[in-house]
Structures are given as C-alpha cells and as structure tokens.
Design a protein around this ligand. Sequence first.
Ligand code: FES
Ligand SMILES: [Fe+2]
Length: 422
Amino acid sequence: MLTQEQNELLTRIGPGAPMGEMLREYWVPACRSAKLKAEGAPERVRLFGEDFVAFRGTDGRVGFIAEGCPHRCASMALARNEGDGLRCIFHGWKVSLEGKCVDTPTEPPERRERFAELVPVRSHPVHEAGALVWVYLGKQATPPRFPDFEFTRLPEGHVQPMRGIIRTNWLQGLEALLDSAHVGYLHSANLGSPAGRSLLKAESDYMLNNGAPVFEFMEQPYGFREGALRDQEEVSYARVREVALPYFSFIPMTPGGPGLACCSIPIDDVTTAQWYIMFNPSAPMEPSRMSTFGTWSGDPDHFNADMGSRENTWNQDRAAMKAGHWSGIVGRGNAYEDFIVQESMGPIVDRSKEFLGSCDHVIIRARSQLLRAIKRYEETGEVSFAGPDVDFGRIRAISFAFAKGGDWREIDAFNPPAIAAE
Ligand code: FES
Ligand SMILES: [Fe+2]
C-alpha cells in the first residue's frame, strides 16, 4: 500500500513531474526499426505525453523531432521526406535529419539562410538496436550510456519486437510484468493447454502444482533478480526473473529457447506501450512467433488492437468459464490476459486502497527502489540503475529445476541445468 502522494509521485510522467523527468533520462524504445523506410512516411510517436515524429533518410539514418512544425505547428507527420530532412507541406520550411532548420522559403532571399539558422527545433538523439529505434528524451547534452542488453547485440532477424497498447498508467504495466504469483491462476488455462503454453509441459506442471511460490531476491546494480521458487515432490523449480529498472522485466524462459524481454513505456499518464521483445541468441526468430500463443490482431505495432474494452468486458466468455476455462479470455496469449487485468484496475489504480500479501513482495520492492531513485535524482541529479557497474549484456532470465536443498543463486544463467522435454 502507498499513500496517495507516493502513488502520484510514481505514476505521473508528464513534463515537469518528478517521475517524468527521471524516466526521460533513460533510452526508451520509440518504434520498430522496420516501421521507418528510407525516404518513407514519417511515423508519429507519442511518449511521456508529448508528440514526435521519427523518419528515415536516404542514407538510413533516423531523425526524431517534435511533431509540430517549428513555424506554426502543422504536423510534420504530413511533411515531405526529402531524404536529408522533412519539409513541412504548409509553408515549405525544412528540418534536417540532424534536427536543424535548414530552409525557410517564405522569407526574402537575402535573409532566408540566416533566418533559418535562428529557428529553434526540438530534436532528440536516436540509436537503433534490437530491431528497435530508441530515443533519449532527457536533459543531458551527452546522452547516457545505451543499455546494450543481450537482444540489442543480436542481428535484426534474431529479434522480434511487438507492441501492445494499454489504457492505463505505465506503473500498472510494469507491476504486471513483475508479478510471478499470478501465472498459475490468470494464465492457468494457457499453461494447461499445449497450444497456449509457451513453456515445456514439465514447467507448466510445476507451476500448476504449486500456486504459492516463495520469493527470494538478490539486489543488483540495475534493479534486482527475483527467484520464484516452487518446491515439487522430487525437485525445486526456480523461475529467475531479471528486473532492470525502471522499465524492463526479463521473463524466465526455457534454456536454449527464445528469450523474452518486456518493458512498460509511458505514452502519457493513462496510456502505455507494452513492448514484448522476443529474441533468439542462437538462431533467427520464426516469423510472428506471437501467433503461437493464440490469435492476435496481426498488427505488430498494436498487437492487442482487438482486445475489447471495459464497455464489452473485454470479450470475456462466461460460457467458457462455466465449461472450465479459468479467465474466460479464450484463444489468446498470456499478454491479453495481463493487459485486460491491468486495464480493469482503471487508468491509474489507487494504491492507497490495496491490501498486499506475501505474493506482492516483488512489487513492494520495485516501488521502494523507484521512490529512492526519484529522491536521489531530485537531490543530486544522479540516475540510478545504469551505472558503470551494470553489465547489461549479462542480464538473462531463465527457469530451471534443481536438487532440493540447492541454491538457485549459484546457477549461471548462461549455463543452466536443462529441463526434461516431457
Ligand atoms: S507550419 Fe510548417 S512551414 Fe508553416
Ligand atoms: Fe502474466
């Protein structure tokens, strides 16, 4: 439970809000790289309650500027992409890939060039990695170190990012990505079905057999590592999640198979991009792996577009529930179940009304680390979770079974014990 003041502090991300200012100090995914074609249409991107456009030039570089034209704010999403910059269709002013105003043809020829130099343009640094365009929206003149997670070091075909959009605040999204206790309940129908399951049968059974995992934590310079431990008759089963604050949760996946990194990126106070980034270090990803988890909208930039809403109770199927389906969210992957539950809490859940239990240790930990990070940022300007001691490339979440009485902390995520396929 939080006070209403703490809840406001953690959730409000607009310009000037303490959390908004701190969160802008981290690189964030803006859009899929594949979305931007050389000399193609600019892509509208909304982040932290502000509107931008991203576009790709002839040479492949990406520009990222405010959506409103620096002249009189016409949308640059309508602009002509001239290969080295965008030209506004209203009066022909042009902004270069580097984010400078380079032409103002409505000015008299003798002062046109000098005048253009005076026009302020809002632009931001970008970096492409992991099949994504990332942007830095913070205040530092030199952008901070890029978080070069394992998936950002892979060739583009090995990474498959998909974006879900939820009508809730970013922290609700993040908290669902941290919560391991719900898996054996909310996702139990998927766990129990060969088609819906994303894990080995043995692992699904481990989770269905023990619905009250014990949580253990290891503090890390990027956040924390969480072991969700489910004792079985013969062995212990560990799901080791990596939480790279403020945005990322690496979901434990079966060793040797594709990995999954998820993050919760604010679009505005009550809308959030949930990126599901699937990646395979050892082989290219199969096309649209998302479809193996159930039906989805088919749009990788809004994969849950057909999820429904409060008005139709998110298409929940009561007849299926009577017939034994747990959630009534039928034929969909786990992400739809997660998103629907998050939206059902309301746009910004009032955390002063909660009553937390043992299964909530992980979100309590994340909230207190975030509150400490805001305080530190406000007092010193220093950013947490991204110091020189963080080795982003060595963050990997896995699941494994191990001998009872053993210590999950000693398992190397890059060399873990295998789990029997059946
Ligand atoms: S509003 Fe863009 S050139 Fe005038
Ligand atoms: Fe979930």
